[in-house]
Design a protein around this ligand. Structure first.
Ligand code: C2E
Ligand code: MG
Ligand code: MG
Ligand code: MG
Length: 291
C-alpha cells in the first residue's frame, strides 16, 4: 500500500483498466442473460423520399431494456457484444426480428415495406453469414429487395477483400447494402467503387452544420461522387426543415431524422405508415402532387 503512488498516471490507468474490465464483465453477463430472456428488440425509424415526401421504409435500430437498469444505448451494448463475441448471436436474433416484421407488415398491410438492418463488421465477416441471411429470407418468405444491410466503414477498411466477397454473395441474393456513417472516420473514396453498394448514408455530423456553406460543399461533393457511381444518398440526422431543404438541394435522395420521426416502436411504426398512406391517398385524389 505504501509503495503505491495513487496520484501517478500509471496507477490511475491501472485502476481505470480494472474498472473497465469489471464493467465489461458485468455487461457481458447481463448481455447473455438479456439474449436468453429476449430483452432485445427493434425500433423503426422512417426513411423519407426527399422529392415526394413519401415513406420509403425504415431503419431498424436495436434496443435493450434491462429490467434492473432501464434503457441501455446500442452504442454501449453493441460494442460489448463485439468485444465478447456475442454479436453473432445478438445480430442474428435482431436480423431475424427485422425479417419477421417485414413479413408481418406484408401480410397485414399488403405492402412490402423495406427495412434496413445494421450489421456489425464481426457479424458480416463471419463466413457463414450470407448463407444464414439466405436461409432467413427463405424461412420468412420476404423478397430479398425488401432488406438492406447497413455496414460501417471500419469493417471495409480493415478487410476490404473479405468484405467485398461477403457483400458480393449478398448482392447476388438481391439484398441491398448501404455504407453507414459516411464522411467521418476513415472514409475511403475508392472503397465506394470497390464494394457492391446501393446506398451511401451521409453521417449526421455532416448534416448537423447545414446550411453552413463549407458543410454544404462537403455534402454536395459526396452526392456528386455517389451520382457518378450510381449510388443512392441518404442524409442521416435531419432535425430541421432548413437542413432537409439544403440536403435535398445538395443532392441527397432520402431523409432520416427527428424532423420526420424518431425511431418508433413496432406498433407506432405501423400506425405511422397507415396514416401516411391515407394522407397520400387523400393528396393524390385531390390532384395534389409533390413537384
Ligand atoms: P446508426 O446506424 O448511424 O443509426 C442512427 C442513429 O442516429 C440512431 O441512434 C438514431 O436513433 C439516431 N438518430 C436518428 N435521427 C436522428 C436525429 O435527427 N438526431 C439525432 N441526434 N440522432 C438521430 P441509436 O439508435 O442510438 O443507434 C446508434 C448506433 O448503434 C447506430 O448508428 C448503429 O451504429 C448502432 N446500432 C443500432 N442498432 C444496431 C444493430 O441492430 N446492430 C448493430 N450492429 N449496430 C446497431
Ligand atoms: Mg445505421
Ligand atoms: Mg448511420
Ligand atoms: Mg451515425
Amino acid at each position: 500500500q505504501a509503495k503505491r503512488t495513487p496520484g501517478t498516471s500509471l496507477a490511475m490507468a491501472e485502476q481505470r483498466f480494472v474498472q473497465m474490465s469489471r464493467d465489461t464483465l458485468a455487461t457481458e453477463q447481463a448481455l447473455r442473460k438479456g439474449i436468453r430472456n429476449h430483452e432485445f428488440y427493434l425500433e423503426y425509424q422512417p426513411k423519407i423520399d426527399a422529392a415526394s415526401g413519401k415513406l420509403l421504409g425504415f431503419e431498424a435500430l436495436a434496443r435493450w431494456f434491462r429490467p434492473e437498469v432501464g434503457q441501455v444505448s446500442p452504442v454501449e451494448f453493441i460494442a460489448v457484444a463485439e468485444r465478447t463475441g456475442l454479436i453473432g448471436e445478438l445480430g442474428s436474433s435482431l436480423l431475424e426480428q427485422a425479417c419477421c416484421q417485414i413479413a408481418r407488415w406484408r401480410s397485414e398491410l399488403g405492402a412490402c415495406v423495406p427495412v434496413a438492418v445494421n450489421v456489425s463488421p464481426v457479424q458480416l465477416l463471419n463466413p457463414g453469414f450470407p448463407q444464414r441471411v439466405k436461409a432467413l429470407l427463405e424461412h420468412t418468405g420476404i423478397p430479398a429487395e425488401s432488406l438492406t444491410l447497413e455496414i460501417t466503414e471500419s469493417a471495409a477498411v480493415d478487410n476490404l477483400e473479405d468484405t467485398r466477397q461477403q457483400l458480393t454473395v449478398l448482392e447476388e441474393l438481391g439484398i441491398k447494402v448501404a455504407m453507414d456513417d459516411f464522411g467521418t472516420g476513415f472514409s475511403s473514396l475508392s472503397m465506394l467503387r470497390q464494394l457492391p453498394l446501393s446506398t451511401v448514408k451521409v453521417d449526421r455530423g455532416l448534416i448537423e452544420p447545414l446550411p453552413a456553406p463549407d458543410a454544404v460543399a462537403v455534402v454536395r461533393a459526396i452526392c456528386q461522387l455517389a451520382a457518378a457511381l450510381d449510388l443512392e444518398v441518404v442524409a442521416e440526422g435531419i432535425e430541421t426543415l432548413e437542413q432537409a431543404i439544403t440536403a435535398r438541394d445538395a443532392g441527397c435522395h432520402v431523409f432520416q431524422g427527428y424532423f420526420y420521426a424518431k425511431p418508433l416502436a413496432m406498433a407506432e411504426a405501423g400506425a405511422w405508415m397507415e396514416r401516411l398512406y391515407a394522407e397520400q391517398a387523400g393528396a393524390s385524389s385531390t390532384g395534389g402532387s409533390a413537384a
